[in-house]
Design a protein around this ligand. Sequence first.
Ligand code: ADP
Ligand code: MG
Length: 455
Amino acid sequence: MGNSVQEKWDEILEFAKHEYNIPNVSFNTWIKDLYIKKVEDNIVYITSDNNNITSNFNYISNKYGIFIKTAIQEMTDIEYDIKFENETDNTNTVKTGVTASKIIHNEGLPLNPDYTFDNFVVSKNNQLAHATALKAAESPGDIYNPLYIYGDSGLGKTHLMQSIGHFILENNPEKKVMFVTSDTFTNELIDSIRKGDASPAAFREKYRNIDVLLIDDIQFIIGKDRTQEEFFYTFNALYEAKKQIVITSDKPPKDFTTLDERWRSRFGWGIIVDLTAPDYETKVAILQKKLDLKQSEGSNIAIDNDVISYMAENINSNIRTLEGALTKVIALAKIQKMPATKELAEYALRDLITPNQKKTITPEFIISVVAEHFHFSPNDILSSKRDKAIAIPRQIAMYLSSEYTNSTTSKIGEIFGRDHSTVIHNVGKIADNRTKDIQLDETIKVLINKINPDI
Ligand code: ADP
Ligand code: MG
């Protein structure tokens, strides 16, 4: 009799997935690798060989158990109980009485469309952060609030944070998700104070009326008294209303030594997780994923496997640099109309992969940082588009290249595809505007930090 559940197991899981609209990433993370250990006394014992799953049985049972139980009943016509059981025989039995919601249409927000859970490569160095972020996304405001993600630059904090936003919008389209960077938050506050709003009511109202706050790079707020105060005001209001807060930072809360302990401890009220540098296999998987994405966006470029290994072996700094390297190799292959071989990669990456040398800041690196900061692609920065939204980031990138790299203005001009006098003009303009425009100055300071926090 137990056989039929076992035989139909794959179908049962598929049925549960479709009937209850279980998102792909949730299905792949929690459910796909479940299997039946035994069927006894009308109980289906479910287990898995995957550690990430067995250590989350409690969660999986509460969140998805009822779907699996119902699916078993639908597919076999028998009402089994189910138990999740790992090797140490800890069982979690399923409670009943849950209904699944249907997917409605989601609204557009300035999230990077590529920063989804589906595009996030999970590995040892980010597994806990990924599982935690997914749980927060599945039950916003409920289990992990606030969720605090920290790690060095370029290791996927923003990507993971935005994945939560995408996930919530896809599955609960009625939710209001707000993604802000610390400098947007600061600038909006400055703006509302400048408008004579002594207690910035409109500002507060805006932030109080959301369901999910994703605030990126909190380190740029800490230490700025007024902004910090306003942030914690918002934090408290949202926290009390049980709204999900997700925070990223380059360091753990305990390292904010200038921050009052009473504030610092708030960051730890939910859960704190970190992202660490990827190992070789992860780097290869990420490069492959990025290549797939580029190919699905219409770029028909073939890259030898040894080029991928070469990059993964030699680039240790961070994933952003790794991705920049891939873009550079593809760009050179296109320009030279040559296949992307290892020789070509060695040539394209000669500045980046210099053994035993400290990382040098290049205009290309600055372009990638600036592009990402303003949610453009490096190609947009280099394009001939002239609208203000892109022209200013381009000028800022020129300015930073001139200030923080060893490149001459002619070289910078070459890289940006502009003549040398345009570069000089733009650099001067930004330098001058910076002294008058405090928001611009703020943004530039953040970018300098992103380029090289040691400066
Ligand atoms: P951070 O915010 O920590 O500085 P980002 O989230 O901006 O880093 O990530 C930098 C780049 O690396 C992004 O393009 C992102 O998509 C990519 N990336 C980071 N981690 C992963 C991962 N695990 N899988 C796929 N891409 C990743
Ligand atoms: Mg980031």
